[in-house]
Design a protein around this ligand. Structure first.
Ligand code: NAD
Ligand code: MG
Length: 299
């Protein structure tokens, strides 16, 4: 299920997916390795043009899904990349690493749990040690578990979703800013859920609301340092997050069909907007959230 990024085509039919395979749910955190049908991260299609030559990027959740597509695009645009992942995702991380290294850039994977306050210093200091600075920070790691009834939503899950999606982003950002020169860019992955929250994603949707506000506030705070801060709000994208409890299993086969374009997006369709926000081409863009939603636009 691959598509040429430059070929003009009808976006409704750009990706054909087998709906029967979509029901195969898997444990959290999900693995791209066993995601059925496969997702497109631009492995066979993304062509760079030196837009991030020599930049140093740190990406959380870079082993799979949107983060992997962003890591591939950044590397092919000439950036050195450190990406973070959970230890249980080693298979995906190794595959991503192989693809990045084939671009000829410096690429490193660092395993660790960003919901643990003890970890962020290690992640940021090892990144700076290996790359020298951080020119691009992509806060992309996220936890999403669907729970239909508030009675079944535990304090443990609520706290873990916030610790991963919000606190981890705060800790990593705070530690990274001191290593970011003027011209640097921070990009946070928020969601359409920040604007159109679903029942069943109470904890997740509210963390995405927090990320959207955090992004806009941080953008104003960091203007004086010459650092731009923006967010990307994806709609329904075919990644392991959705097949590992992000959606109830019975909804997977129709996942993404309710957006105007009538299909889920692929991680590869997200990468170009991250490249734009990371590069100097977006020099006049800060405090912005860019939607890639299949037509369920942002307000
Ligand atoms: P994904 O499962 O491929 O990526 C999420 C990553 O988060 C995982 O690979 C994992 O490495 C990381 N992660 C989770 N908990 C972690 C922890 N405690 N410590 C370190 N890393 C942790 O799925 P994805 O859909 O590509 O998700 C990427 C981002 O996109 C997330 O922030 C998600 O909320 C957001 N998003 C996804 C969709 C969608 O439909 N897939 C829609 C809107 C927003
Ligand atoms: Mg993963």
């Amino acid at each position: 299920m691959k598509s040429n990024q430059f070929k003009m085509q009808d976006p409704r039919y750009q990706y054909q997916m087998s709906h029967t395979e979509k029901d195969d749910d898997q444990p959290d955190p999900g693995l791209d390795d066993i995601l059925k049908p496969n997702a497109d991260h631009g492995e066979d299609s993304y062509v760079g043009s030196g837009r991030l030559e020599g930049r140093k990027a740190l990406i959380t959740g870079g082993d799979s899904g949107i983060g992997r597509a962003v890591a591939i695009a950044f590397a092919r645009e000439g950036a050195d990349v450190v990406f973070n992942y959970l230890a249980s995702e080693e298979t995906d991380a190794n595959e991503t690493l192989d693809i990045l290294q084939a671009s000829g850039v410096n690429a490193i994977g660092i395993a660790g749990d960003i919901s643990d306050e003890g970890f962020f210093q290690t992640l940021v200091s090892q990144t700076v040690e290996r790359l020298g600075s951080i020119d691009i920070l992509v806060n992309n790691a996220g936890k999403q578990q669907f729970v239909a009834d508030i009675d079944d939503l535990t304090t443990e899950q609520f706290c873990q979703t916030y610790a991963t999606n919000v606190f981890g982003m705060f800790w990593i950002t705070k530690a990274s800013v001191k290593h970011m020169p003027p011209g640097a860019s921070i990009i946070n992955t928020t969601s359409i859920q920040s604007y159109q929250p679903s029942a069943g994603l109470l904890d997740y949707a509210s963390t995405k609301g927090a990320i959207t506000s955090f992004t806009k506030s941080l953008a104003k705070m960091l203007v004086d340092k010459g650092i731009r801060v923006n967010g990307v709000a994806p709609g329904p994208i075919w990644t392991p997050l959705q097949q590992s409890g992000g959606q109830p299993a019975e909804k997977l086969s129709s996942f993404g069909q309710n957006v105007p374009l009538g299909r889920p997006g692929q991680p590869a369709e997200l990468a170009p907007v991250y490249v734009y926000l990371a590069s100097q081409e977006s020099s006049y863009v800060t405090a912005e959230i860019m939607g890639v939603t299949g037509g369920h636009h942002l307000p």
